[in-house]
Design a protein around this ligand. Structure first.
Ligand code: UDP
Ligand code: MG
Length: 334
């Protein structure tokens, strides 16, 4: 049937305690789907990341009333990275978009993004914030430092202010899924897989309801993870310090020998010796610590644990989900 061939866009929405925001999100995305209904069908794939509030009740109700709504619910909180992976893995669309539930990623950009992929030959349309209005100053400062540092030490370029919000083709989604590492930094993976990407800028929007899940400390730890996932430069620090201190030692030895030969010796300078020993020992421990971090990541990767564990999907309330995927012909559900 010709109708079954209609194109499908999957909208992936990671949700962690978003009961207040989801109704607003749903309303807005429904509006956009009306705007685009001539061109494409929509599938809404909410990923409940182990929410502790009423998110699941809201999702179940939406799924019961609207066949386009699907969900995957995790057995606990696995983090946004895992939620995005689960979304990409379960999406059935020919095109796939990732949006936050809090409307900080404006769905109203979707028609423009869609047009770029369809008409201008892009594989992906990504977004970045041109401003960080409404964000604490200190956070913006550290974010800028992070992007500068990251782009220095990693071959994978990161665009400053880049969001996870993007629309991409099925081919790109499959490529992203083929990167199946456990310690995921999806923004980096998007760049790493390549493809022709258009960047759209927009001004920061404040979240519609609920509150942010990211404390400063959480963000700081996340940025360290990103650095480790996409750069091995920190590992080279120990070599750098090793060479530096060896050079200083050689100069010191020459100095001591010359001093002994010319003026004769006496046993002074022990205080400075202690300082130097402490300093070098500190640097050594610091470098071993870095090594340990990478080793720990390798350890986690070798365990090959699943990235997420799903506890429930929309099939729990709508076993026959054939209508939700107009382009699948229902075969996937057999
Ligand atoms: N999120 C998630 N799991 C988490 C934390 C956040 O799925 O452990 C989702 C959250 O529900 C939201 C998106 O990730 O849809 C972005 O989170 P948030 O708005 O709190 O981050 P911010 O926009 O403040 O950086
Ligand atoms: Mg947000």
């Amino acid at each position: 049937m010709a109708e079954r061939k209609r194109e499908l866009i999957s909208i992936i929405v990671p949700c962690y305690n978003e009961q207040a925001a989801i109704p607003f999100f749903y309303k807005e995305i429904d509006r956009i789907s009306q705007v685009m209904k001539e061109e494409t069908d929509f599938e809404l794939l909410f990923v409940d990341d182990g929410s502790k509030d009423g998110t699941m009740a809201v999702l179940r109700e939406l799924a019961a009333n609207d066949k386009r709504v699907r969900y995957v619910s995790f057995s606990r909180n696995f983090g946004k990275e895992a939620a995005m992976y689960a979304g990409l893995e379960n999406a059935r669309g020919d095109l796939v978009a990732i949006l936050d539930a809090d409307l900080q990623d404006p769905p109203s950009l979707l028609p423009e993004m869609y047009a770029s992929i369809k008409n201008d030959g892009y594989d992906s349309v990504a977004t970045r914030r041109s401003t960080r209005k409404g964000e604490p100053k200190l956070r913006s400062f550290f974010a800028r430092v992070f992007y500068k540092l990251m782009n220095r030490i990693s071959k994978t370029e990161l665009v400053e202010g880049a969001r996870d919000f993007r629309l991409m083709t099925r081919q790109m989604v499959d490529s992203v899924l083929s990167v199946c590492e456990y310690n995921r930094f999806t923004k980096g993976i998007f760049t790493w897989v390549g493809y022709k990407t258009r960047w759209i800028e927009y001004e920061n929007v404040e979240r519609i309801a609920g509150e942010t899940k990211w404390s400063f400390w959480k963000l700081f730890k996340y940025s360290l993870e990103c650095i480790m996932a996409f750069s091995t430069v920190p590992l080279a620090l120990s070599s750098f310090f090793g060479i530096l201190f060896s050079l200083i030692a050689v100069i010191g030895i020459v100095f001591v020998i010359v001093r002994q030969a010319v003026w004769g010796g006496s046993a002074y300078g022990w205080a400075s010796t202690v300082c130097i020993i402490l300093f070098v020992a500190g640097i050594q421990l610091f470098c071993i610590g870095i090594l340990g971090q990478y080793l720990a990541k390798t350890y986690l990767e070798t365990k090959k644990r699943p990235i997420y564990i799903a506890k429930e999907t929309e099939k729990a309330i709508r076993p026959d989900n054939a209508d939700a995927a107009p382009n699948s012909g229902g075969k996937e559900n057999l």
